[in-house]
Design a protein around this ligand. Structure first.
Ligand SMILES: Cc1cc2nc3c(=O)[nH]c(=O)nc-3n(C[C@H](O)[C@H](O)[C@H](O)COP(=O)(O)OP(=O)(O)OC[C@H]3O[C@@H](n4cnc5c(N)ncnc54)[C@H](O)[C@@H]3O)c2cc1C
Length: 317
């Protein structure tokens, strides 16, 4: 079922959902299930599964370094299918422009259609680790908006290169990313919002936001988006701080601000167990206020162990 239909059916009740990251290549799926199992108590209507960009590894051979392209966390669509089958919930594979040609994207979309996956999160992806800027893959898309358009075309039965007369076209519901504190490359929040509007005009059905720690940023972002004519559901993404290192890492990687109160609370912690608890309490307060404001879904970023997401959901759902 489409995310937008889950939201409609909930009739104003806030839903719970979360995002997981595929295990590193070579590991089994059981650990993922062990982390999903406790969260099923809160009846998520959908679970997102991220996709990682390809990266270079250097393999030493005869004293020389051989540069090889690899994908450390493959299997997004397979994991989605497996979760749908095991838990009977919808899944949302994340699709990236970076690292995929349009043809490869079409193959993935065809797989998703066959597997009964009704939702796709359409993203550009970040620059590769060793590159300063995002370089589009040859034969791939430059912006998420173009990927949205490809999915929308497929929904109308239009395959690449006009090779197929589709009798049974897909009908994907399309999610896109939004940034309450602007995307790190955008020159201003207003310009970034214009770009978001372009994604909506290309056919996006809902937005999920980047993490933020000050709800005011989210409320202002939603108001500005509405002013710009963006009228699709906007879902807040919440990440509980889990370790001390997040305090440096998150602002550095995502260019987001951390509130002074949160910084002080984490500074006062003697170990990471205490930091994790602060992260849980902060996310509970954030979530309560967002829920009271009537957000359609509270969507949690769960990296690895899900005990913190469980504690937050227990206080809210
Ligand atoms: C909810 C969520 C889930 C995510 N999941 C993943 C994941 O699974 N895997 C992963 O690798 N990353 C993921 N990301 C990160 C995302 O890939 C990065 O933030 C990426 O840098 C931007 O992706 P986007 O889809 O927002 O890009 P876009 O919407 O294409 O925007 C990228 C930048 O280009 C600008 N822009 C857009 N159109 C134009 C134009 N026509 N001309 C000039 N500038 C333009 C925008 O303002 C923005 O600065 C996720 C992010 C979010 C918020």
């Amino acid at each position: 079922m489409k995310i937008t239909d889950h939201i409609k059916n909930a009739q104003g009740k806030t839903l719970f959902s979360f995002e997981i990251v595929p295990p590193v290549k070579g590991k089994g799926i059981q650990e993922l299930y062990n982390n999903i199992d406790p969260l099923m108590e809160f009846k998520p209507p959908f679970i997102d599964v991220t996709t990682s960009r390809e990266e270079y590894v250097y393999i030493e051979r005869d004293g020389l370094l051989d540069k090889k392209l690899t994908r450390m966390r493959p299997g997004t669509v397979g994991i989605c299918a497996s979760i749908q089958h095991k838990y009977k919930v919808d899944t949302v594979p994340h699709l990236l422009c970076g690292g995929f040609t349009k043809e490869e994207t079409e193959y993935v979309l065809v797989d998703c259609h066959y597997l009964g996956i009704d939702n796709i999160m359409a993203l550009r992806g970040d620059a590769r680790k060793e590159e300063k800027y995002f370089n589009p893959t040859q034969g791939g898309h430059s912006y998420a908006k173009d990927l949205v358009k490809q999915i929308k075309d497929l929904n109308c039965g239009n395959y690449l290169h006009d090779t197929i007369d589709a009798a049974n076209s897909a009908d994907f519901c399309i999610g896109v990313a939004g940034y309450p504190e602007k995307h790190l490359e955008a020159p201003s929040l207003q310009t970034d919002l214009k770009r978001l509007k372009e994604k909506v005009d290309a056919g996006a059905d809902y937005v999920v936001t980047q993490m933020f720690f000050d709800n005011q940023r989210f409320f202002e972002f939603v108001a500005a988006a509405r002013d710009m004519g963006i009228d699709i559901p906007i879902i807040p993404g919440i990440k509980p701080i889990a370790v001390q290192r997040h305090m440096q890492l998150l602002p550095q990687v995502f260019r987001i601000d951390l509130p002074e109160d949160l910084i002080q609370a984490v500074d006062a912690c003697k170990n990471n167990a205490a930091v994790r608890q602060v992260g849980i309490e902060w996310a509970i307060q954030q979530s309560k206020e967002l829920k009271a404001a009537g957000v359609p879904v509270l969507h949690y970023y769960s990296m690895g162990k899900s005990d913190n997401i469980h504690a937050i959901a227990k206080a809210l759902f």
